[in-house]
Ligand binder design. Sequence first.
Ligand code: ADP
Ligand code: MG
Length: 599
Amino acid sequence: MVNNQNPSQIHVLDQATVNKIAAGEVVERPASVVKELVENAIDAGARSIRIDIVSSHNDIANVRISDDGCGMNPADTLLAFTPHATSKITRIDDLTHIRTLGFRGEALASIAAVSRVSLITRPRGTGVVHGTKVVVEGGVLQVTGEIGAPEGTTVLVEDLFFNTPARKKFQKSKNTEISHIHALLEGICLAHPEISFRLFVDQHEHLVTDRTPRMLDTIARIYGSDVVKELIPVNLSLPFITIVGYTSRPSLSRKDASRLIISINQRFVSSPLINGAIREGYRTLLPKERFPVAFLSLTIDTGLIDVNVHPTKKLVRLSREKEIVQAIQESVSTALLSHDLIPAVRTASHLPIAEPGENSIREPGMRYDLPEAVSSGTSESTHAGNVTTDRQLRQTELSTGNVPVGTKLPNMEVIGQLGGIYILTTTESGELILVDQHAAHERILYEQVLARTGGDHRSQELIVPVILHRTSQEASILLDLLPALAKAGFVLEEFGRDTFLVRAIPVVLGKLEDTTMIDEIISDLVSEEPSRTVNNRERITRVIACRGAVKAGTICTKEQCQRIVYQIRNTRNPFTCPHGRPTMLRFSRADLDAMFKRT
Ligand code: ADP
Ligand code: MG
């Protein structure tokens, strides 16, 4: 991106190249002017860029961008205002490997066509003592001449849209424009930590970053240390893509995607596709309606991205889109799941303060309703129950596919069980961690079923096949599900009209004494509305996990509790059940002390 050739050689592109360039207006609003001029400063290799916005009563009066980049010699300075004049590409072929932010050669010409532009520039490091000044108004050259100037370039844009009243009228309020500029610059600053940016609005400092090799410093400078504390580093390097950056713990989330800030090859872009991939990386770690905060910098082979699809280049087209999406999702989920994400329970007074005027939540991100209270079993039923529970737990210990990753969680020693629902555990550091036994076992089974799907050890034959009768409507739904059920380990065959024979069931369900569980699972599947977001495999897996898991209200022995805890610690995502409810909550000693006012 950095242009170190001094001075740059500007030339007018040939018609064939011009015809290949995505056409359209780039100067729609004041923020577009800022974007184009700041990008020119970055392409000029600036280390420091200053943006001054001066407002009048109800709109933006003028915009000034100053940089210490390579500058221009006198001949280039005039040429820079000619349409399709650029120093950044020469031939059509260059369009397939763009490394600069600009390449269309149109911004200065378009801006000067609808405003009064004064540009002062002096080439850097060439010994040229005088700068050049050019003033163009409504596309007409007004002034040109020598002037004393520092190295670098300053562009002042006044009277924007003076000759296009329609566009001027469509400007939103001054504050809306300023917030657009602010958001734009946040993205650009994060894509370029190596450049220092300063934004002033009516001489008040709005946004300042320092030159730094570390993106995290820039994040801290813009969003503060409260946000930084909640971030987890993301790193992935594949032959065609490198992903570095940060993504938030589930405890920091927002109601929209506005803080998913992405750059590709140091170009700040907006990509619903990438936003979707990041969210997918959270799977059930975030409730459906919440968005994480993430700052990702992607480096992708220039041959795989096409920035020439839209004149403003904020949208880019990606080849190998599927692999890129997959890589982003993987990088985010791997980063998250290698950390201890058990949400802390804190008293209200200990919740970190929300960002001013923000909709972020910092309290334990995942709220849920307590399961219905269940009466604890009587002593006889408890003994029988323990036997059943043993069977249920044993099956999930026969795990094959899953590689234990439990190291990210502290050791948890079982203290006891509460109400047949919660397992109380403690860690070496004296924390109290409560485990929802059903949710935890559901997660364990879920991962087991997924690991075995389609594999050799997925099903066990029933000694006596079970016969299921369904209504004809249910039967037709079930018929469609048979192949997916078989992959998960359920072997059913049609047995006369609206009747099915269950020959085998998933191994993870264990040896069933009571076959009503089979009926429950099938009933759940045929009665549930098919969902657009969850595919059949996922639905089946969730239902098997839910029905197969130890129920809330089951009294477990300490040893059984310890087995659940051992198993949940060894899942890939021990933090949430397949539906996204938490499996554990933590109370640190400090938080408990604070709640008891022992401080
Ligand atoms: P593009 O950026 O697509 O090349 P522009 O109209 O934005 O087109 O700029 C035209 C040319 O003017 C650039 O190619 C560059 O050579 C020169 N230029 C513009 N702004 C600057 C700047 N701040 N510093 C040095 N050169 C600049
Ligand atoms: Mg440009």
